[in-house]
Design a binder for this molecule. Sequence first.
Ligand code: IFM
Length: 435
Amino acid sequence: MKAVKLPEDFLLGSATAATQIEGGDKFSNWYQWSLEGKIANNESSIIAADHYNRVEEDIALMKEMNHEIYRMSIEWSRIEPKEGVWAQEGIEHYQNEITSLVEAGIKPLITLHHFSHPQWFEEKGQWTNNQSVSYFKRFTKKVVSSLGHLVNEYCTINEPNVFAMDSFIDGKYPPGKNDDISSYFKASKNLILAHLEAYRMIHSIRKRMGYQDTQVGIAIHLAYFEVSGNKLLTEFSKKLMDYSFHQMFLRGMIEGRLSFPLGRGYPLGEGIYCDFIGVNYYSRHLMHSSNNPAMLFGEVRVEEALAEDKLNDLGWEIYPQGLYKVAKKVYDKYKLPIYITENGIPDAKDTKRVKFIYEHLQEIEKLLSHGVDIRRYYYWSLLDNLEWNDGYAPRFGLIEVNYHSLERTIRKSGRFYGEICKSKEVTKEMIEKYL
Ligand code: IFM
């Protein structure tokens, strides 16, 4: 096995999202969703990993794993629990968290919408409501005016494509709609507009504060779609999927251009609306001729008979080469800096994670050697957490969480990753020790 060497200025750390780790928030739509029994095993978001009360402990663990960067999200419902009512306690909590990160030498990247929002926003039809964009702008303004002096990097919306798909097509996230294609497109359009408005607003607020170093981007989920077999119709179906799941969002959020069926033209004017592209990559999705080829949406992930060591605990294929393919494609098109804002594996036994990280970093090394301006890697996730509708069973963490005692233990793979964060390399000795 070959050693991996990354440049000295390449930054490594990990990512989380508020609902998945914090606990304690009764105003979010995911709390309501858990009350309705929509999470596996009737689990609830109410305690999660209790990160809200353990911020300092978790930052100390990040430090122990030599993190230089950390991606976290702000829970909208902690800032605006009721419509138009601001919660000072929530704002101060995040001010303190960010201050502690910075003091620990860890650079935060703040996500503003990571799948969850206040229940009041949900009840108004969430992103299908045309006012959603102005609600989000108001929230963004509050956050950036309160935190802008502490942090310069923002990711507006996490995985708008997965979010819209799981909320309106697959029924897994609130409001649990199935095959509601018109809502899928309506929400997608508003998510794009919200990003464009927020991009402008974050820059202008921080500029007024006197800062010139603002960085704003998105985190888009890029799946590697591949047709299994050589079927023309399946190829067509893949193109439709690639368009409506990837390209439509990339055009909208990076170029500021609405395309069919969302609309036409440049609602905020022509321009580039991302300073970096955050790529979340997990797996290859094989599309099979037995899928209904005319089907634009639905289950396109076909698990072929793959060996057990090729699958993660959720049954997704482990396919590191896909990271190279999706990142290269998006870089060749936009030539913007790439951050891998998520990449990780649910692996409760911790027997596959070391190899997973090593092989994905090999792909990053290859991307760099082929001229791709890729600058960061955020492993998903720092801690075991609530995997949305799948509950707490999937274990993505570098750190194991005991959900009874809430005790944290750095996994062997976490130690391995910690060494990489420090030395920016995987040496022969590390391969022998960990693989
Ligand atoms: O846990 C999620 C995260 O919230 C968004 N990206 C994918 C992860 C794993 O499914």
